[in-house]
Design a protein around this ligand. Sequence first.
Ligand SMILES: C[S@@+](CC[C@H](N)C(=O)[O-])C[C@H]1O[C@@H](n2cnc3c(N)ncnc32)[C@H](O)[C@@H]1O
Length: 236
Amino acid sequence: MTDPYAEIARFYDAEWDGVETDTAFYGRHGGAGPLLILGCGSGRVVRGLEGVRPVVGLDRSEPMLVAARGRSSSTYVQGDMCAFDVGRFAEIVIPNASFSFLLTRAEQAACLACCRRALLPDGSLWIDVPMPDFARQAESHTAEKPAWQGVIDGVPARRTREVFRWAEAQRLDLIDRYWREDALITTSTLALRLAYPAELEWMLEACGFYVDAMFGDHGAGPIRAGSPRIIVRARL
Ligand SMILES: C[S@@+](CC[C@H](N)C(=O)[O-])C[C@H]1O[C@@H](n2cnc3c(N)ncnc32)[C@H](O)[C@@H]1O
């Protein structure tokens, strides 16, 4: 399949550098021992945690991994989170919507089976995905609007986002356009599948885990109406 990050990897860190709420969360609530980050991208979460424990990052996007390797000495592996075997870990984290990129039940189940095999006894798995936007469920299309602005290579830049939704399939296409001043630099389509809290619980239980903690934000607040995230910790 084509890599939706191939074109935008060079812009990713300009937008995400400095976002530390999730790494701080894993620093507070995560365990100890070897850690595997699935869908590590350009290494933001790896860099936030590598100072205190050994971390391996896995991602399918080589351009994202090139950016990651240039910024830290942790081990980065190119691979699919639905078919990996890179050792055994005390903890696995699938951060920042990376699990939402798995579009089919077969992919979700394959990923969880790999996680089971990769976890040491007493290990734990964290999955962090966005809470579905209930207010927009029935909106099949949200017109392009501003999503970020900053600086890329010293030049003012911005990103806009247009969204297509298929509520019945829990699917979203995010059309991200990157602009330098008024010139369009590149467009990427991120295809995501949403999940609901109880669905994640069922999925994990069906794949041999039990869920022992669930939060609605990186401040460890409970799941409630309007929570931005679903953050699940599962054990074997
Ligand atoms: C939203 S980015 C998150 C990157 C990083 N974790 C962060 O928070 O900055 C999602 C990442 O998941 C990766 N990804 C999506 N599907 C994947 C798969 N099947 N196997 C491995 N990586 C995948 C993408 O390449 C991308 O780097």
